[in-house]
Design a binder for this molecule. Sequence first.
Ligand SMILES: [Zn+2]
Length: 153
Amino acid sequence: MQVQRVVCFGAAALQACMSVPFFMSFVSSVYIDGVNLDHTHFARLLSCASMLNRHSTVLLYARKTPDQPALQLNKYRWSHKTVRPWGEELPLQCPECGSIASLKIKAGQGADLHGTCEMTGCPFTRTYTRPNGHTAVKSVEQGAWLVSVEGGE
Ligand SMILES: [Zn+2]
């Protein structure tokens, strides 16, 4: 028997209760209803666990076909323009002045997003760029899941 799929989470301390709605929907739709597990459906399943998107990246190792020897790695990370620009976690504190939740995200040139600290006199700025090799997958809630695919040839 070969494993067909493995789901992993990138959070250092995963809050497992946040993943329950995802796994319940996964079992129901994929194993019972037989829905094809493409990127769009996987992102829809991830969106069933509404707090999971802000908590963890998700890795799906899967075979393209049942007889394929190698697993393909699909990396999913949630992106939101102001909450998680291009899938990157915002620092809780400003690295320069230590203020809490003071980073404001605005659109920059092209697809870039710029973060600046709103505290008076603080010089901190950071640019968030669209990661290479990632595709935006439509989702039902705010933001989108970005996916990159590696291996499995
Ligand atoms: Zn600051």
